[in-house]
Design a protein around this ligand. Sequence first.
Ligand code: HEM
Length: 515
Amino acid sequence: MLAQITMTNIAIISALVAAGLSAFYMLQRMRHELRVRKIGGVRAPQLATNPFSGMFWFIRAAKAQMRNELLNHYNSFYDHATPECPNCVEIQIKASERYILTRDPEHIKAVLTTKFSDFGKGATFHSLWRPFLGDSIFTTDRSLWHDSRSLIRPMFIKDRVSDLATFEKGVSVLIAELPPSGHTVDIMDLFYRMTLDVTNDFLLGASVDSLNNPQSEFASAFSDVQRIQMMISMTGPFQALIPRGAYNRGIGVINRFVMPYIEQALALPQEELEKLSNSDKDFTFLHSIARYTRDPQVLRDQIVAVLLAGRDTTAATLSWTFYELSNYPEKFKKLHDEVIASVDRTRMPTYDDLKSMNYLRHILNETLRLYPAVPYNLRTALEDTTIPGIPGQPPISVVEGDVVVYSTLAMQRQRDLYPPTSEKFEDPAVFSPERWETWSPKPWQYVPFNGGPRICVGQNFAMTEMAYCMVRILQKYDGLEYRGDWHAQKHEAEVVGKPSQGVNVALHAKEGPHE
Ligand code: HEM
């Protein structure tokens, strides 16, 4: 009898709790709907309106990501769009939280520049990324972000970037690691190790020497943390389900590596730091920012953020460039001819040499068009706002807390944004550096480095590093051959998008590598 009463009570209480939660959910939904209307815009077509249908899309996205087919999945969202809003849809999960997914250049322009102050990384992004990147330039908004940007920017002025010694150090070790002419090598692995060494050298004045030490604990920890961080970000409201063991261990390894350098820099008196700032050789990014803050946590956060921003992006872009060039011997030869005509076989290129190589620049631009290193990104509405509708249509309401997910990868591959195919303009799906000789993209239709106030601060550093590395390799080698099934390659999208199978190639030198 007692058991029966207890069971009945439990059933009543459960029903009341469920009814209460539903009522609360409905109330929240109504309030959110009222805000959408009050803003004066409309909703984008809805793919999901509740946690259950929302979960369906998140699970499909996670599966697509594991199969390296995220781009197809992302584009499939727009099969459910409407002619009035063809490139933007929404997924509503919580009553007051929406994901607005877009590949429309006007939306990217709005969140990055015209409505810059209405959008930011947001509180959720900040708290999800905080264990890894703290309160750095990458995770913060408004005045905190602005202070970080002012702290960091001086190290990226032309005078600093045009000092090529750090790049030479990294590339010369990479070239020494290449196997003899004609032997297969995964050049992507070498690029990842080189850019880790180069970026650490630039930041701390110390390399992790991962080129000479493939099993570097730091390199593995850094990869683990990024992989798990991407899972955490991708799974949105379900992120608590992602195990954090390897993530926390990886962060420990990163901190144990970085902190001793920070302590050393902080031990230097201010006058010593100022004196160092006049020296090209020994002055590092860490020294530069230690002149303005003595807080070890701030220094740690900025260093790790710039390491993340600068390492994989350049390695992945170089990898895609070699992947594409290995399929086009005539383009490789054209580039090789430009390099040799400009700096012959041995001369170290100067900053001006690199800037004068037009075909090299077109090749890097074209790679970044097909494979923008940060393929998916987001901005959170920091207040109620709108993003534009297509001409003749009302704007789309964005409520504070809504997340706008945008893909430069999907946008830059959208055929209808390009001129018709012609003799001078290859199919936009094809790697064609030549198109850049007579064509330039319309504003906001090509933004691999983003745009607006938060544009990549390392853009010139990246272009110089990649160009330098390519020139030095092409001075030594005359041919490039893909080893494996070129067509089987997929786009693996973590924070940065890279070739899923590595890039197995053979480099050929006419008479063995040239000295
Ligand atoms: C091919 C190479 C690169 C590409 C395509 C690239 C792309 C980007 C993009 C898209 C962003 C915007 C991220 C966002 O706001 O959500 C960004 C930001 C940033 N990048 Fe790069 N990046 C590259 C290389 C580098 C390098 C080499 C460095 C430094 C050594 C660097 C440092 C930064 C920093 C510090 C930010 C944050 C800027 C801010 O929020 O104000 N990047 N980058």
